[in-house]
Design a protein around this ligand. Sequence first.
Ligand SMILES: [Mg+2]
Length: 283
Amino acid sequence: MLLIFDLDGVVYRGREPVPGMAELLSHLDARGDVIVYCTNNSRAHRSEYLERLRGLGLPATEDRIVTSARATALALVDPALVGPEVAWDRDRAGDGDGRPVMVVGAEGLAQEIRDVGLATVAPTEEGRAADPWAVVVGLDLELSHGRVSVAADVIRGGARFIATNRDPVFPTPTGFVAGAGSVVAAIEAPAGRGPDLIVGKPEPGLFIEAARVGGGEPGEAIVVGDGLTTDIAAAIRVGARSVLMLTGVTSQAQLETTPPNARPTLVARDAAELAAHLEALRG
Ligand SMILES: [Mg+2]
């Protein structure tokens, strides 16, 4: 069985593990299920998540961790997602040694893009001079008027505009802060248009790439997540069945006011209920 697990609100909540999940995931892994971990986070490289997941006692390998940064990098070399012009560019460039990708985001995102064989440049005058064919936008803590201006200018000049995700905010221990979607919006205004591709949830790209690294089709996967408008919406988009965990951002009351076509296949309050549901879905 191909299982796509969201992270925050499902396997951990902030720094605290969700009780019983490490045991359940170890059991599923031992019996041969394929577990792929997914997050809309675009800042950290997979290696940072690997350390964190292993620290919680979860079965994980770097290949089976798909952040929106990793999925974006995979999408950049996937003509089915980014379009024929990219395949053409790569053929012309040969082994990715051609025009670079401009990254408006964290070093973890740039590293993921280099990991798939593409060169990266920063949103600076020097970066613009390297003639990037795409501008990839994630959460950028160094965002400035200059970085926004250069990125928008490169997009106006014809480069692809690709967003890791459109989350307007994300939670921190001290409250909500501006997310990658805020950076996308800042560039969208001067660029005069929106992104060509948004990879993260609720768009389907993240789960498409997650299913691919898990060796299956998205429609065969079971998505386990805590967000109705992110995890469950994306699961519905790719035709996957889903289990909504009530261990994170969604309450029972919110679920009850959700229209039937936006609901998960099943709902679990804890790891024990999830275990029972997964057995039932195994069929
Ligand atoms: Mg979550």
